[in-house]
Design a protein around this ligand. Structure first.
Ligand code: 5GP
Length: 192
């Protein structure tokens, strides 16, 4: 998605070889028009599959997910992150290790918002080592719902998450795939 790639080149900041800061349009300040384009692109990429719900993780997955939900008139559910969570029979939970924050969080989704009849598109802002997406997949599997695919705004293709998910057979569509960030220069997969 050229508009997104251009925005990453213009406004993204590679903090080091591994971490990209995009807080001017996705992670802190949000550009709604760009998010609308992102939502449209996800819908286009997954137009051959049917789904009735979007599942994401708070907080940065919410903006792109809401655009998809708005355009398709379907609900968006976000997993809530809690450092320690009192277990409840009403929740599906899973563990996520955050590479950027170096901490483990429990994510929780209320059982009433996911059921075995749902067909779910998972969306997140970044794919790095696949922890967050893996936890969302775990939650959907606990509910018995079907996963139609995983939509990612920015995949860091040099980290293992994309390969892990694709090797497990999940369809992963990433709108921008970063090959490397050496010398703080973002290079996309397929670019010279
Ligand atoms: P994973 O769970 O795949 O290792 O990492 C994905 C999650 O970590 C995303 O939900 C995102 O919030 C965060 N993340 C991972 N890498 C980056 C990065 O380079 N920049 C930002 N802003 N967030 C990241």
């Amino acid at each position: 998605m050229d508009l997104l790639k251009q925005r990453i080149l213009n406004d993204g900041e590679a903090l080091n070889e591994n971490v990209l800061k995009v807080d001017s349009f996705l992670n802190h300040q949000i550009d709604p028009l760009l998010m609308k384009e992102v939502g449209q692109e996800f819908i286009h990429r997954f137009e051959d599959v049917e789904f009735n719900k979007v599942l994401t993780l708070e907080s940065s997955g919410i903006a792109p997910s809401v655009m998809v939900g708005l355009l398709l008139d379907i609900p968006v559910v976000f997993g809530r992150k809690r450092q320690s969570l009192t277990l409840s029979d009403d929740l599906y939970t899973s563990q996520v290790f955050s590479y950027t924050k170096q901490e483990t969080n429990t994510i929780a989704v209320a059982k009433k918002f996911l059921s075995k009849d749902d067909k779910v598109l998972i969306i997140d802002d970044f794919l790095a080592n696949g922890e967050a997406a893996g936890a969302l997949i775990d939650v959907v599997e606990q509910s018995g719902a079907e996963i139609v695919g995983v939509g990612i705004v920015i995949e860091k293709a040099f980290q293992s998450g994309g390969k892990i998910l694709r090797d497990k057979g999940y369809r992963v569509e990433s709108l921008a795939r970063i090959e490397s960030m050496y010398d703080k220069q973002v290079k996309f997969v397929g670019d010279n």
